[in-house]
Design a protein around this ligand. Structure first.
Ligand SMILES: Nc1ncnc2c1ncn2[C@@H]1O[C@H](COP(=O)(O)OP(=O)(O)O)[C@@H](O)[C@H]1O
Ligand SMILES: [Mg+2]
Length: 253
């Protein structure tokens, strides 16, 4: 299963969710590969991967390196293909026919080695995100409860529909995950209204688990550790565990 974690809005928890998903699935014994597809390289850094003077997803997508040469093993027990700012050039450089399929082609040789491949995407709906959707079997959309984040969901839905039409008919939105949730807010009313709104935009379920907001997330990332490694007893670690269980239940149904 190949999961693209996407939302064109920055700061909604894509990278945090990608890392928690990769780490949490690895803890359960699954073979996991995380792919950083954001030129900001936050996922690579958070995982403790090297992203300079090594082969990255940029070289792999440009066919200058094989994916095997770019895979790194993390202390979290999952593998990572890193990214750095060079990847920002991909938007212009991958202009040939078939550019949407570069990631899918690159991943193919190792796809069978992993139970789950998790792709962290940049905050845009450009060629990189389209590559992620073309490669993926499933899309996971993290979002915050802010109104600005929700307005973008319909735009995201258009990109998904377009990829389904031209590149990858089988890809589907697996679900929407609320992150950075303020536990002091009025959960039921705020979330109910939002869920109703989202339901109109995109025909995908909303996960029952919400990821609460807590400072340990930034601390863990600054320390290049995943949330389970850094603060396994924290509310956020508990929330991500509950989410992964809910996610796996959906996968196995
Ligand atoms: N549940 C959370 N609680 C507190 N801070 C969070 C949480 N999730 C993410 N953050 C912080 O919010 C910022 C944006 O999160 P990130 O995962 O990088 O979002 P994106 O990849 O969508 O831009 C980061 O500084 C991160 O540490
Ligand atoms: Mg990110």
């Amino acid at each position: 299963m190949i999961i693209a974690v996407a939302n064109q809005k920055g700061g909604v928890g894509k990278t945090t969710t990608s890392q928690a998903l990769a780490a949490g699935l690895a803890v359960k014994g699954y073979r996991v590969l995380g792919i950083d597809l954001d030129p900001q390289g936050n996922f690579s850094t958070a995982c403790g991967a090297e992203n300079y003077n090594v082969q990255t997803i940029y070289e792999v997508m440009k066919r200058a390196a094989s994916i095997q040469d770019a895979i790194q093993h993390t202390k979290g027990g999952y593998d990572v293909v890193p990214a750095n700012i060079m990847l920002a050039g991909a938007e212009q450089e991958l202009s040939q026919t078939g550019k949407e399929h570069r990631l899918k082609e690159a991943v193919a040789p190792v796809a069978g080695d992993y139970d789950f491949i998790v792709i962290d995407t940049p905050p845009s709906l450009g060629v990189l995100t389209v590559n992620a959707f073309t490669c993926a079997t499933d899309i996971l959309i993290p979002t915050t409860a802010g109104i600005f984040a929700t307005a973008g969901i319909s735009q995201l839905n258009e990109t998904v529909t377009s990829v389904q039409k031209y590149c990858n008919p089988a890809v589907k939105v697996r679900g929407i995950l609320f992150t950075r949730f303020n536990p002091r807010a009025n959960i039921s009313r705020q979330m109910k209204e939002l869920a109703e709104q989202l339901g109109e935009y995109i025909s995908a379920p909303i996960y029952k688990t919400y990821i609460r907001s807590a400072v340990v997330v930034e601390e863990a990332q600054a320390n290049s550790q995943d949330i389970f490694d850094y603060a396994n007893k924290s509310t956020v670690a508990e929330d991500y565990k509950a989410f992964i269980d809910e996610f796996l239940k959906g996968v196995n149904e």
